[in-house]
Design a protein around this ligand. Sequence first.
Ligand SMILES: O=C(O)CCC(=O)C(=O)O
Ligand SMILES: [Fe+2]
Length: 329
Amino acid sequence: MSSITILVPNEVQGLQVFKDGDWYDVAYIPNALIIHIGDQIEILSNGKYKSVHHRTTVNKEKTRMSWPVFLEPPPEFEVGPIPKLVNKDDPPKYKTKNKLTAQKLRLLYSHFQNTSVYNAKCKVNLTYFTSSLLSNTFFFSKCTILHVYRDTNEEYAQSLIGVANKLLGLLSKGLGLEEDEVKQALGGEDLVYMLKINYYPPCPCPELALGVAPHTDMSSITILVPNEVQGLQVFKDGDWYDVAYIPNALIIHIGDQIEILSNGKYKSVYHRTTVNKEKTRMSWPVFLEPPPEFEVGPIPKLVNKDDPPKYKTKKYKDYVYCKLNKLPQ
Ligand SMILES: O=C(O)CCC(=O)C(=O)O
Ligand SMILES: [Fe+2]
């Protein structure tokens, strides 16, 4: 929807453009920027330039990342065909959009990218803002606020280790196991703490949109801090229930890996988020995930002839692959 988009990809192939009825790979060229013509250039040129229809594929083994910067007109700014480019033989092919329409488009767009952070100060839109808290890796933009986030996040990660150990210990005891057996079945000290920041801007039509579609988390457990704006809902006995905001409380989700290793004794929680007409909602979930190569399956002690394994034992990365691609597990 931008005017142009300036994009830096990593080296993993994924971007494709559509031309003459076919999809073509956009070759990765080290240090090259990829430029997309966006809708606003198509509009102001009255169709002389065309915005590029594109998509991305995913890779079986490798993580692909990209850092697009969208050059966008301000939300209040009206964009339409440039008068000099329009005449009797070449009348305007596009409407000049009014303020409301432009805003609506922008908000809907934000909903598509529910893992994005829009920071008003630096105007950098990070379409995939995730950091591995404990490994110290952070994807930096030129945005100083991230440096502040880094220190806070590292401190938070340190405190979370104790909380995580306590919770996993209790879940283990609840299954009649020793305190650290559940943690060991998830990779022990190699457990990965993955922070995601969700940003849900106000939505003009909250009844028509969702922040995050219904899902269960792939993690073992998720430890989540929301801001005070209502939005999280859980599904129980055929109905959606609001999760009340309690100041300073953490929200804990049971994720798929705990359901699997407990052989279904614990169930992962089906949840979704709604959006708000006036207020911005944010949430900071930390997903406790087994290392990608680590195999998770029902704990042998919890399985017997009367209670055979209900889930396959597989590497966490294979579980993620199947879930993301909607393949049978
Ligand atoms: O924003 C929330 O409260 C929940 C987000 C969520 O479910 C997720 O990121 O997996
Ligand atoms: Fe979730």
